[in-house]
Design a protein around this ligand. Structure first.
Ligand SMILES: Cc1ncc(COP(=O)(O)O)c(C=O)c1O
Length: 539
């Protein structure tokens, strides 16, 4: 809040998650019109009468608030509080704290050797105490990369929503494991509700939908590679004499390679299918690849379509792929770790048309939707398959309920965090409409960015962005042409080292290009323009 001398502002408490501030107001004192950036502000009126004027998306709302009333200012709104009484007292809770406002983010990556000898991190504490721990935690927060800044566009997530921060505190305080219903009745129900919601937006039969939170999208893809649907005996007998084939596009995530390595199928099981220029899998190429694998004596295990590829943000044609899978009786998984949130958008849901025919899906709420990490799900429309694949008819010491009620039986994990809560909190706090609005806003921004980039002579889009991955090549200035193939990487390092922005880079046959991810709830065109203008500077 801006400093207005007619009220007195005292910070009562601040940690890396919350900041609590008391304000004492005199008659007619008024805050300047202000916003809290990406911090959510909740004000409790303790004494006095106040007029709150808020402006969000051009809409103005005015309300009067008295003792015990609260004023909640959503992110991206501006507001002004005016005291109408002789004296007033308010308590403000900001999450994350205003002190962390991302005006000057920290993108410097310290060396591991400096951190290993950093006294704030050292476990050789001479006088251990809660206070010294608190100070060390503050230092850790300050030294960490500002992934909560809109200028953090390096990975497929940026920032965490306050709803999830709040629910994380509840989750840690309620410490439990998802293994049994008796130890986690509430979180078991919450997981079922969240999974059913994902099934609903996918157009799957409500009764049959089953799923679990898993520790990341890679783990969800790993579950898709289980052999249960194809051959129930594989659970006891392993691969026997079979050599499996797992079909993914050339642009699919590397987690399929890891899954096949860990599951003992071998990374050679992964068959990469060709894509078009936009990075979408070619259904004809898939059919040929399946045919070739069968001729080689391999057993096709599953086909995975990606909804939102990691680099280009492409959506594979799910309907065409599912027709091929149905004709060949193949399990059809959709890796929607990144693009899945389009399911909540009325305007962009068509990108995942055909999902209703797929057998299972990977969905990450911690990427585009801003849930805390990790909030990932494996969901399927085949109710009994998780139990069949993962129950080992052991653990009588633990599982005392009916088999499919103890959720530990559906999972390969025993101790499991109730990660569904973070996504549940987002849905509860914003509604599914709010999730869709977030996608819609970023998709409009993506169009604005693409239009602007096309007008910049030294910037070239690698492909017209279909989703929220902006892949752009920076042509070096005159005199630096020799470094053309590396130029985007050079520029990326420069942006990061000067704390201007943290973007990623990738390479194709013509060299390196920048990849900017639009995911943050507060990211605006001006953020992208400023960083790309800085990227165009000569040195
Ligand atoms: C398409 C896709 N699938 C899966 C994953 C893995 O997700 P996670 O990082 O949650 O393990 C990623 C990560 O970027 C991804 O891009």
């Amino acid at each position: 809040m801006s400093q207005d001398l007619s009220y007195i502002r005292t910070v009562l408490f601040r940690n890396s998650t919350f900041e609590i501030v008391e304000c004492r107001w005199n008659s007619k004192s008024v805050s300047a019109m202000h916003s809290h950036g990406h911090s959510q502000c909740c004000v409790l009126v303790q004494e006095g009468l106040f007029k709150d004027t808020q402006v969000k998306d051009g809409q103005k709302t005015v309300s009067e608030r008295g003792p015990n009333d609260s004023i909640v200012t959503p992110m991206n709104a501006t507001h002004e509080i005016r005291c109408l009484s002789d004296v007033g007292r308010t308590i403000h809770v900001y999450s994350p704290p205003l002190a962390q406002k991302t005006d000057s983010p920290n993108f410097a990556t310290p060396t591991q050797s400096s951190l290993l000898s950093d006294p704030d991190l050292s476990l050789n504490t001479e006088s251990p105490s809660f206070e010294s721990l608190s100070r060390a935690l503050e230092a850790i927060r300050a030294k960490s990369i500002s992934t909560d800044s809109p200028l953090f566009m390096n990975q497929l997530f940026s920032g965490v929503r306050p709803e999830s921060l709040l629910s994380d505190a509840v989750l840690s305080a309620s410490k439990t494991t998802m293994a049994t219903l008796e130890a986690s009745p509430v979180f078991s129900a919450i997981e079922v509700l969240v999974v059913k919601e994902l099934g609903k937006v996918s157009g799957w039969d409500f009764e049959s939908v089953e799923g679990l939170s898993v520790p990341g999208g890679s783990a969800a893809n790993f579950m898709a590679c289980a052999r249960q649907a194809l051959d129930a005996s594989a659970k006891e007998l392993g691969n026997q004499s079979k050599t499996f084939a797992v079909f993914v596009s050339n642009e699919a995530h590397y987690s399929f390679l890891k899954a096949c390595a860990v599951l003992g199928l071998g990374t050679n099981s992964v068959v990469r299918v060709a894509c078009n220029e936009q990075g979408e899998m070619l259904p004809d190429a898939l059919e040929l690849a399946i045919e070739a694998a069968c001729e080689e004596g391999r057993t096709p295990l599953l086909v995975c379509a990606t909804a939102g590829t990691t680099v280009l943000g492409a959506f594979d044609p799910i309907t065409e792929i599912s027709k091929i899978c149905q004709a060949q009786n193949l399990w059809h998984h959709v890796d929607a770790a990144w693009g899945g949130p389009v399911l909540f958008s009325k305007t962009h849901r068509h990108l995942m048309n055909g999902i209703e025919r797929a057998d299972s899906m990977t969905f990450d709420a911690h990427k585009l939707l801003g849930a805390s990490l990790s909030s990932s799900f494996f969901v399927t429309r085949h109710k009994k398959i998780l139990l069949a694949a993962n129950d080992v008819f052991d653990g009588g010491y633990l599982f005392h309920s009916d088999s499919d009620i103890d959720r530990g039986r559906l999972s390969w994990q025993c101790g499991r965090r109730a990660d569904a809560l973070s996504f549940w909190a987002l849905i509860k706090g914003q509604g599914t409409q709010g999730l869709g609005d977030h996608v819609d806003r970023l998709m409009r921004l993506k169009d604005d960015v693409a239009r602007w980039v096309k007008d910049q002579p030294r910037l070239t889009l690698i492909a017209t962005p279909q989703f929220l991955n902006i892949c752009v090549r920076v042509t070096p200035p005159k005199g630096q042409e020799a470094q053309a193939s590396q130029w985007s990487k050079i520029v990326r390092d420069r942006l990061r080292d000067s704390n201007l922005a943290f973007v990623n880079f990738s390479t194709n046959s013509q060299g390196s290009f920048l990849r900017l991810i639009l995911a943050h709830q507060d990211i605006e065109l001006v953020h992208v323009q400023n960083l790309l203008l800085a990227a165009l500077q000569e040195s």
